[in-house]
Each structure stands twice: as structure tokens, then as C-alpha cells.
Design a protein around this ligand. Structure first.
Ligand code: NDP
Length: 282
């Protein structure tokens, strides 16, 4: 059984980023936009800042109080969006309920929307157009499969989860790679049976250690997107790693798997944004 480590995939992406940077005078800049102090946001922000700095990219955090009004936030966000020095934006979500998230998604410039939240980028992911940006986590799953040379075309892939952040866009990316995709959710009739048929099983349900060996087909590849905290305060995935390992041929750990690749994909998107913006200007 092979453990698919995120660090090795990130290192490859780092090389690609640094190759781009070697020919540039100024590094592209990421603006991280955060409203409030949610621990999940702070932890993701710390990881993203660390990663950008390690890759030699510029990063700036724009933090706003949780009680900011919709109008004030939209104005502040517009300024960041229009700032010529900001190459790309990562908006930490969910936003407080007082802010109408849909309006922010419509406002963000598609060419700076590194995590694929704008309707333009979502449409591109669903139509198989690679000129946009897919959500970083969804793309991280594809990056890991490709880095480990795991064939996707023609494979039966089951994705557990249908959110707009992970499950749905990832299913479209897998379809683009010519997988035969099944999408599962809380109303799926026989979840263990459907999962067992998969040659590649992707867990993105947000349920700590929910998928054990009973959900894994013999020699399946298991990709665990989940980031959960268990009853003992320990970080864990949606997959019961020890149990699933008995049947899987390869599996991503949590932590150290998909999560470790997500911010590397963010860095890759930042460089892609810089390249594309330069082409448009030139
Ligand atoms: P959501 O809560 O938005 O969606 C969860 C999905 O899983 C829903 O479609 C839901 O079905 C389905 N689901 C939940 N429980 C079950 C169940 N018992 N059986 C079958 N399906 C179920 O979560 P996200 O998509 O935002 O995130 C999923 C996981 O990925 C979380 O653990 C999250 O922390 C992690 N994550 C990791 C990231 C990373 O960088 N690695 C980034 C983003 C998220 P239904 O639609 O029917 O409700």
C-alpha cells in the first residue's frame, strides 16, 4: 500500500513556480481577504502565507471585522479587486451572514479569482475550458493523481460530496480527464456499495473517519479531501486511514495529503494569473 504524500507534489509545483520567478523582476502578489477571526480561516491563512513566502511569492492579508456592513465590505473589496499591484485574490469563506456572498462572487475579477468562485470561472470548469481557475482543493486532487502517475481516463471514480467547493467542480475536472464519475451525497441509496465499485474513491463529505474498509474496493486508490477535528481534538480525514489501508492500493494521509497540496495549487494559480495578465496587457 502506497501513501500518497502531498509534500512531494508540492515540491514539484514549487519548482514550476520558481522557474517562472527566475525570469521576473517582481513576484506576483496574492491578497488574502478575511472577515472576522474564524479559527479555520486563521489556520488556512497561516498555511497560505507560509507557502507563498516559501515559494518566493508576495502575499498581503486584508482582514476586516466580523461586523463590517455589506456596503463597507463591497467597497473595500472593490479597492483590492482594482489594485493593479494585486495579481490574485483568495477570499476566505463562508463570510458572515450580513455579507451577500453571491454579490462578492459576481464582483471578483475572473482573472484574479484564484479559487474559482466567480460565475465565469465556475462555468469554465463545468464546460471543460482550461483558461479559468478551478477551486484549488478540487485541482489538488487531480495534481496528486497525476504526480503519482495514477491513470484517470476510463476509471470508475466515486466522489462522496457534491459541494460547489469540492465535490461538484472536482467531478467536472475528473470528467475532463475522461473518468467515469459517480457523485454521492446524503441521499445516495447504497453508499458503501457505490463506493466499493470505485477504482478511485474521493472522500469530500466532511465527516470524520466515516469511510472505512467497508467502503473501499480491493486495490482502490483513496483520495481523502476531508479536514476534520475528532473528539480528541486530533486532525483527521473523512477516511478511516488504518481500516481503509487494508484494502486500498494507495491512499492520501490527513494531515499531509490533499491539504498540503491545496496552497501549492494556489501558488500555481497566482503565477498563471500573472502570466495571463501580462499577455493581456502586452
Ligand atoms: P460541505 O459540508 O459543503 O459538503 C459535504 C458534502 O458531503 C455534501 O454534498 C453532503 O451531501 C455530503 N455528505 C455529508 N455527509 C454525508 C454522508 N453521511 N453520506 C453521504 N454524503 C454525505 O463540505 P465541503 O465540500 O466544503 O468540504 C468537504 C470536506 O473537505 C470537509 O472535511 C472540509 O473540511 C474539507 N475541505 C478540505 C479542503 C482542503 O484544502 N483539503 C478545502 C475545503 C474543504 P448533501 O449535499 O446531500 O448534504
Amino acid at each position: 500500500m502506497q501513501v500518497l504524500k502531498g509534500a512531494e507534489v508540492s515540491a514539484r509545483i514549487k519548482e514550476q513556480v520558481q522557474e517562472y520567478l527566475s525570469g521576473e523582476k517582481t513576484a506576483p502578489k496574492l491578497a488574502i481577504v478575511r472577515v472576522g477571526e474564524r479559527p479555520d480561516d486563521l489556520s488556512y491563512e497561516r498555511g497560505a502565507v507560509k507557502r507563498m513566502e516559501a515559494f518566493g511569492l508576495r502575499v498581503q492579508t486584508c482582514a476586516f471585522p466580523a461586523d463590517i456592513s455589506h456596503e463597507e465590505f463591497m467597497e473595500a473589496f472593490s479597492r483590492i479587486n482594482d489594485d493593479a499591484d494585486v495579481t490574485g485574490i483568495l477570499l476566505l469563506r463562508p463570510l458572515p451572514r450580513s455579507i451577500r456572498e453571491r454579490e462578492v462572487e459576481a464582483l471578483i475579477r475572473p482573472e484574479k479569482d484564484l479559487d474559482g468562485i466567480s460565475p465565469v470561472n465556475i462555468a469554465k470548469v463545468f464546460s471543460g475550458d482550461e483558461t479559468g481557475f478551478a477551486p484549488c482543493t478540487a485541482e489538488a486532487v487531480i495534481e496528486v493523481l497525476k504526480a503519482y502517475e495514477i491513470p484517470i481516463a476510463g476509471k470508475r471514480v466515486t466522489v462522496v460530496g457534491r459541494s460547489m467547493v469540492v465535490g461538484k467542480p472536482l467531478s467536472m475536472l475528473l470528467l475532463k480527464e475522461n473518468a467515469t464519475v459517480t457523485i454521492c451525497h446524503t441521499r445516495t441509496a447504497d453508499l458503501p456499495g457505490t463506493c466499493r465499485q470505485a477504482e478511485i474513491l474521493v472522500a469530500a463529505a466532511g465527516r470524520a473517519r466515516m469511510l472505512d474498509a467497508a467502503y473501499v474496493g480491493q486495490d482502490a486508490v483513496v483520495m481523502d479531501v476531508g479536514i476534520n477535528v475528532d473528539g480528541n481534538g486530533k486532525l483527521c480525514g473523512d477516511v478511516d486511514f488504518d481500516s481503509a489501508s487494508e484494502k486500498a492500493s494507495a491512499i492520501t494521509p490527513v494531515p499531509g495529503g490533499i491539504g498540503a497540496v491545496t496552497t501549492a495549487v494556489l501558488a500555481k494559480h497566482l503565477v498563471q494569473a500573472a502570466r495571463r495578465q501580462k499577455q493581456t496587457e502586452g
